[in-house]
Ligand binder design. Structure first.
Ligand code: ATP
Ligand code: MG
Length: 428
């Protein structure tokens, strides 16, 4: 006897999306597409693998992602490649490569899996899905406000607006950040005893990141730290004030979070996050900001860019908590076929129904079975109607139609009458 093989399991932190869950995903994706369309955004589809150099140069050598989270490997030619940990770098790479940034502006979105080798926990996975928006060629702050308004609209459409809060900050220009960095390091050096190991390391490499440490023992010290917003120049301040005025004008509430710095090196001026209290410590469902400087860093001419990415698993987790997703049934009508000629007639009729009523979801019983067992499957499918064909009906060119969700008798129809009845029901 063959020895039973041991089953192979998925990789830790990388999840299957089973059919029952994919209904929720499709709904979220559909709502998102609709909102993006309402603002005139276009989809861009990008490779999942890029040269490692792209991420090192854009995200920054001393960020969590590049230091410890990337899935990097040598391909057969010996080139170092990386599974994309985020979409911004690849999107900009593509637009530069295809000359899309010459005297043009673009509003783009992408969707797909991202990969980060993090410690898996609720809301934090090694393969996760982001829907991202990137815009190019617009200096802001009007476009900054637009992408925030777009997200605000999406939360409203999803029914989660009152569960999330908008936090905004400005990181100013790189010169302003550099000057501020000096002051910040000076301050931290007076409080070395309070800094944890992570922060001591960041003090050398990326001191601004210390500001968003969640370590409770450091909070009092952090509250007293110098504030970047108070060190911005006139132009950066005007940009930020104008953004706030537009948000006020649109009635979009926000919290000023002066310690919001974002984890990636490429941000400047506007940064924002949408956060929720309902998902524990993985509470950021959407995050973004302006990254004008990245364009030159990747070999383009000076230009403007702002975007965001939202974590789809976290949004779904929030939707699941609220239980307010209107999930459509996958089957409207289930066809029961018993007997050889009934099976052939049923298959032909099913194709005729699909020709006539394109949106109708019709499932044909395959694999045989008695009337009783097929009725059970029909019931389980969630269908509203069962079409029943036995050899007698097949012979007469008729079918029986039985409503499954209301207490009603089945009725007999010829094929034309059946089509008419289903069409009437479907167009209601
Ligand atoms: P966090 O602070 O939670 O680690 P981040 O700053 O690393 O987030 P971004 O790179 O800004 O996250 O990614 C944008 C969004 O993608 C996040 O706000 C979150 O919703 C989602 N996201 C990021 N990392 C993961 C992950 N490992 N698993 C699931 N979702 C994630
Ligand atoms: Mg992270």
């Amino acid at each position: 006897m063959a020895k039973q093989q041991q089953a192979i399991q998925a990789i830790r932190g990388m999840h299957d999306i089973l059919p029952e869950q994919s209904l929720y995903w499709q709904w979220l994706e559909g709502q998102s597409r609709q909102v993006l369309g309402a603002y005139g955004y276009q989809e861009i589809r990008l490779p999942i693998v890029e040269k490692t150099e792209l991420f090192k140069r854009s995200i920054g050598e001393v960020t969590d992602i590049v230091e410890k989270e990337m899935y990097t490997f040598d391909d057969r030619n010996g080139d170092s490649l990386t599974l994309r940990p985020e979409g911004t770098a690849g999107c900009l790479r593509a637009c530069l490569e295809h000359g899309l940034l010459h005297n043009q502006s673009h509003r783009l979105w992408y969707y797909g899996p991202m990969f980060r080798h993090e410690r898996p926990q609720k809301g934090r996975y090694r393969q996760f899905y982001q829907l991202g928006v990137e815009t190019y060629g617009m200096p802001g702050p009007d476009i900054d406000a637009e992408i925030i308004a777009l997200t605000d609209r999406l939360w409203k459409q999803l029914g989660i607006r009152d569960k999330v809060e908008l936090q905004i900050n400005s990181l100013g220009t790189s010169e302003e950040r550099l000057a501020y960095r000096g002051k910040l390091v000076e301050y931290f050096q007076q409080h070395l005893a309070v800094l944890d190991e992570d922060s001591l390391r960041r003090l050398e490499t990326n001191p601004l990141r210390i500001l968003d440490s969640k370590n409770p023992d450091m909070q009092t010290m952090l509250q007293q730290a110098p504030v970047l917003l108070e060190h911005l120049g006139e132009e950066s301040l005007a940009h930020f004030n104008s953004l706030k005025a537009t948000l006020d004008d649109l009635g979009i509430a926000y919290q000023l979070n002066t310690r919001l710095v974002r984890g990636l090196d490429y941000y400047g001026k506007t940064v924002f996050e949408w956060v929720t209290e309902h998902l524990g410590s993985q509470g950021t469902i959407c995050a973004g900001g302006r990254y004008d400087g990245l364009i030159e860093q990747l070999g383009g001419k000076a230009n403007h860019a702002i975007g965001f990415a939202m974590g789809m698993e976290r949004i779904l987790a929030l939707l699941e908590l609220l239980d307010n997703v209107p999930v459509a049934a996958t089957t409207d009508v289930y066809m029961i076929r018993v007997g050889t000629s009934a099976e052939a007639a049923g298959m032909r009729l099913a194709e005729r129904i699909r020709d006539a009523i394109p949106g109708l979801k019709l499932q044909v019983n395959c694999g045989g079975g008695s009337f009783k067992s097929q009725f059970k499957k029909a019931d389980k499918s969630g269908a509203e109607y069962a079409i029943i064909i036995g050899d007698d009906e097949a012979q007469r060119g008729e079918v029986a139609l039985k409503p499954l969700r209301i207490d009603a008798e089945q009725s007999t129809h010829n094929h034309d009458q059946l089509l008419q009845t289903l069409q009437d029901w479907h167009s209601q």
